[in-house]
Ligand binder design. Structure first.
Ligand code: ADP
Ligand code: ZN
Length: 210
């Protein structure tokens, strides 16, 4: 099963992707996580991408398309994968549809903007493995430490309020059009992302059966 998770920043894409990854045993391909890893490692790609990310803008399409194509060509994606954060522009979707990769379903997790701002304000991320937490909605078992790997948790640079506003703007102008794009192709399934994590997960599973 090859899936795309579509949603505004902070709608819970990453969290739902992780749950699907555990359930189906297929990897999550998260462009945001790959970019942050490149930044942490100080690669050329990371240095280039950092400016865009911290301004709440998108990294150029050609860079992202290359990154995703080489990732999904790896062996562990053979039996399926979950795309989290890609495609994010019509140009990226067109590049994907022109490639050999066949997408089965596109899931849109809907959350209103007000809620997103609140969620991003409490979001924490593990420095080592990238797992996300939320101060209220998904607290770690031990304060400041990752449940999964014990790494330190931090606030992402691009979760600062000014950047969040720009990211939402970027989402509405560049990514939202993908909802109609995939609806027209009959590939879109929609769930509400306002429920508890577990309930949204159940809604996601039943939406995928349709
Ligand atoms: P969120 O979904 O919470 O905004 P991500 O981790 O998916 O966070 O992405 C963080 C940032 O990385 C984005 O704001 C953008 O700058 C960059 N990015 C991630 N995926 C893409 C993509 N497909 N195309 C362009 N830029 C991207
Ligand atoms: Zn961790």
């Amino acid at each position: 099963m090859n899936l795309i998770l579509l949603a505004a920043p902070g709608a819970g894409k990453g969290t739902q992707a992780e749950l699907l990854c555990e359930k189906f045993g297929i990897p999550t391909v998260s462009t945001g996580a790959m970019l942050r890893k490149n930044i942490a490692d100080g690669t050329q790609l990371g240095k280039m991408a950092e400016k865009y990310i911290n301004d709440g803008k998108l990294v150029p399409d050609d860079v992202i398309i290359g990154l995703v194509q080489s990732r999904i060509a790896e062996g562990d994606c053979k039996n399926g994968f979950i795309l989290d954060g890609f495609p994010r522009t019509i140009a990226q979707a067109e590049a994907l549809s022109a490639s050999d990769v066949k997408i089965d379903k596109v899931l849109n997790i809907e959350v209103p903007d007000e809620k997103i701002i609140e969620r991003l304000a409490g979001r924490l991320e593990c420095k080592s493995c990238g797992t996300t937490y939320h101060k209220e909605h998904r607290p770690p078992k031990v304060d400041g430490k990752c449940d999964r790997c014990g790494g330190d948790l931090r606030v992402r640079d691009d979760d600062k309020p000014e950047t969040v506003k720009q990211r939402l703007k970027t989402y509405h102008t560049q990514t939202k059009p993908l909802v109609d794009y995939y609806k027209e192709k009959g590939m879109l399934r929609v769930v509400s992302g306002q429920e508890k994590i577990e309930d949204t997960h159940k809604a996601v599973l039943s939406a995928l059966e349709k």
